[in-house]
Design a protein around this ligand. Structure first.
Ligand SMILES: Cc1cc2nc3c(=O)[nH]c(=O)nc-3n(C[C@H](O)[C@H](O)[C@H](O)COP(=O)(O)OP(=O)(O)OC[C@H]3O[C@@H](n4cnc5c(N)ncnc54)[C@H](O)[C@@H]3O)c2cc1C
Length: 390
């Protein structure tokens, strides 16, 4: 049986894979998106995503933004270090943008992107579990199971947007992993002194706690140690809210409501290089970051958008798609942004999640200096919003 042939095959229909497929529509290329799970509507993930203003602009261009049922603007971020002096307040005005970003739900974002996929009749197979990938000089090959049937296809370029699951099959690509020994506990929370538009990032020696404004409540991302995660997940709501208040402090008053909780292990994992023969990696498949600074999806979306631009630029000569020189241009284009996002996020965790009094003192000084030097504030805020182009 002859295998089907495509220009581009994208493995993983999460938000980054879907964004790439949408960015390639109208390019006259044959594109296929393969997703192992069911339709995104059935997903059940309370994870909040803080989208930067730059991501908002990309999602608008892709036609997904107006399909999001809920989004809450972040106008101010309050950053502090528990038990130590120093704090910084970043505002949209500091960065010279209408909003620092927007909080959306992962599941809502997937549904919004899926609507664009469906409306534009982009070829998207769900329940398609890719088992094997390989490549030669001219094409990439995929073997996958779709509704219990084994299928094979080839494409000029395979894009791994699978969160990193198949990366170990790619010859020449290695992953480096740093375990943070931290878990994120995620839930919707209501607080007495809720103010829409204000987000809180509070560093503690166990890891950061983020409260992101979302409608009339906060989306909580609470970093806890592996020893504590089961205990925190098992607490009844009242005890959970009491523990959170004890940990976070009284900045937003008492916590009065907690929704369903979920938990995620946290690690830094990144691929070197992010391309191989006829293969490109994007999103979490290229780099999985700690959620502390809300960089992961934002970085992944820029991977997808810039890869699409590189592919489109190659369509004048169809033979150029997926070649070593095209992939090298993609790699170069993403290098500074991706390294910057990774080093920034990792440094925040290493500097702030420790018990050294001296380091805590320096962190406090850093926050105070940042708060008092407008140019530095603008640089940091724009770097977080637009990546390396900030
Ligand atoms: C608690 C938490 C909070 C976060 N907060 C933020 C934030 O505020 N801002 C931010 O920018 N980022 C945040 N992130 C990071 C963000 O969630 C990820 O960066 C983003 O989901 C990556 O998207 P992706 O499409 O690359 O990968 P994924 O979301 O992992 O999607 C991968 C897809 O590939 C599919 N797949 C896997 N294997 C196969 C296979 N073999 N065959 C076919 N399909 C396959 C999966 O089913 C899945 O749908 C957070 C993460 C966590 C854990």
């Amino acid at each position: 049986m002859s295998a089907e042939k495509y220009d581009i095959a994208i493995i993983g229909g999460g938000p980054v894979g879907m964004a790439l497929a949408i960015a390639l529509q109208d390019s006259n290329l044959t594109t296929l998106l393969l997703e192992a799970r069911g339709l995104p509507e059935k997903a059940d993930d309370e994870r909040p995503l803080a989208l930067s203003y730059g991501s908002y602009l990309i999602l608008q261009r892709l036609g997904a933004w107006r399909r999001l049922p809920h989004h809450t603007a972040i106008n101010t971020i309050h950053i502090s270090n528990k038990g130590h002096f120093g704090r910084t307040i970043l505002t949209a005005q500091d960065a010279g943008v209408p909003a620092l970003g927007y909080v959306v739900n992962y599941h809502d974002l997937c549904c919004a992107l899926y609507d664009v996929i469906a409306e534009n009749k982009i070829e998207y197979q769900i329940g398609a579990n890719v088992e094997k990938i390989s490549s030669d000089l001219n094409v990439g090959y995929i073997r996958y199971i779709h509704h219990s049937v084994e299928k094979n296809l080839s494409a000029k370029l395979l894009v791994l947007a699978d969160g990193g699951r198949l990366g170990s099959q790619v010859e020449g690509v290695t992953y480096r992993t740093t375990e943070y020994n931290q878990w994120a506990v995620v839930a919707n929370i209501k607080a007495e002194a809720y103010q829409s538009g204000v987000a809180y990032e509070r560093f503690t020696s166990d890891g950061p706690v983020a409260l992101l404004p979302s409608g009339d409540h906060f989306s909580l991302v609470w970093t806890v140690s592996p020893e504590m995660v089961n205990e925190i997940m098992a607490l009844d709501d009242q005890t959970f809210l009491g523990r959170l208040h004890q940990h976070f402090g009284n900045r937003v008053g008492q916590f009065v409501y907690a929704g369903k909780r979920s938990s995620f292990p946290l690690a830094l994992k990144f691929a070197t290089p992010t391309t191989a023969q006829r293969i490109a990696l994007v999103g979490n498949a290229a780099q999985t970051l700690h959620p502390v600074a809300g960089q992961g999806f934002n970085l992944g979306l820029r991977d997808a958008y810039e890869l699409a631009q590189e592919i489109r630029a190659s369509t004048f000569d169809n033979k150029a798609i997926g070649t070593a020189s095209m992939l090298s241009r993609y790699r170069q284009r993403r290098r500074i942004d991706s390294q910057g996002g990774r080093v920034f996020t990792d440094s925040l965790i290493k500097l702030f999640s420790n018990d050294s009094a001296l380091l805590k003192h320096f962190c406090g000084m850093g926050l105070t200096i940042l708060d008092n030097v407008p140019l530095m504030k603008r640089f940091v805020a724009r770097r977080m919003i637009f990546g390396a182009r900030g």
